[in-house]
Design a protein around this ligand. Structure first.
Ligand code: SAH
Length: 251
């Protein structure tokens, strides 16, 4: 059996209990070496075979998965954060389906959650924003035209931009063209939840310069939106004394 496991954003203890158990029981782990905390691999049992997928092609990963399954191994495919976001897991799953190899998925704490915890941030403040846009700038992987940064910026919702810390000039230009203002609150969180995490809150206009000052070009999330400054939100209805819920009667 192959288990796709989300390793969490970085800190070793931010993997799920289930994910940790899969690691402990694995005979083979193929891990995304560029972003996985190596300390997580210390949980593997002696003799567990480790492969770093950063150095492998899809075909090479598939070959190991197929071989390991043939040997009757329990296999963990360890992805950073949660594998459902920019994890390139579907293509692996399709190969396993074709080969009739069983697999399942174990969720992880995505880096956008890790970054929010680092900033004590609520992405969905009442009457500020009730939506979070998760997106990226086009890189080697193109982004469909209908999902342009400008079109999302037009909503003025909270935004978490992945895979784009090396393109901050262009990103800022496009966020401004879409309708955010120079003084829209923004943040850069580099290596959220790792020991060498850097978190910077600033305005959209300052993003590029602040990242440059700290030499941040990768492994960072860019957050944009008024929720980051959290100055003018309304308290929640859910916990308001006058509001009745299924569990509590309002006064
Ligand atoms: N599946 C992952 C995302 C993988 S794409 C997840 O759920 O988080 C890789 C991108 O994720 C990086 O370029 C960066 O934008 C972001 N990222 C991953 N780990 C991060 C961390 N600890 N801190 C900030 N950004 C991170």
């Amino acid at each position: 059996m192959v288990h796709f496991v989300g390793a969490g954003p970085g800190a070793k203890d931010l993997i799920t209990i289930r994910g940790k158990k899969f690691i402990e029981d694995a005979d083979m782990i193929i891990y995304a070496g560029s972003l996985i905390n190596p300390e997580l691999l210390e949980e593997a049992k002696p003799g567990c075979i480790l492969y770093d997928s950063a150095k492998m092609t899809l075909e090479e990963v598939a070959e190991k998965l197929v071989w390991g399954h043939g040997q009757g191994m329990e296999i963990v495919r360890l992805h950073t954060g949660d594998a459902s976001l920019y994890g390139a897991v579907r293509e692996q799953m399709d190969i396993l389906e074709e080969k009739k190899i069983p697999y399942d998925s174990c969720p992880g704490v995505s880096s956008f959650c890790g970054a929010a915890s680092s900033l004590n941030l609520e992405y969905t403040l009442p009457e500020v924003s009730q939506s979070l846009v998760i997106t990226r700038m086009a890189g080697r992987t193109p982004v469909p035209q209908k999902e342009s940064i400008e079109s999302f910026a037009a909503h003025q919702a909270s935004m978490a931009v992945f895979l784009s810390a090396g393109m901050l000039g262009e990103l800022t230009k496009r966020l401004l063209a879409g309708g955010y203002k120079e003084n829209t609150p923004a943040a850069i969180v580099y290596k959220a939840t790792w020991e060498d995490e850097i978190k910077i809150t600033c305005s959209l206009g300052e993003l590029e310069e602040k990242a440059k000052e700290r030499g941040i070009k990768k492994t960072a999330l860019i957050l944009v939106g008024d929720v980051i400054a959290h100055t003018s939100y309304q308290r929640s209805k859910l916990y308001h004394p006058e509001f009745s819920t299924e569990f509590r009667k309002g006064k």
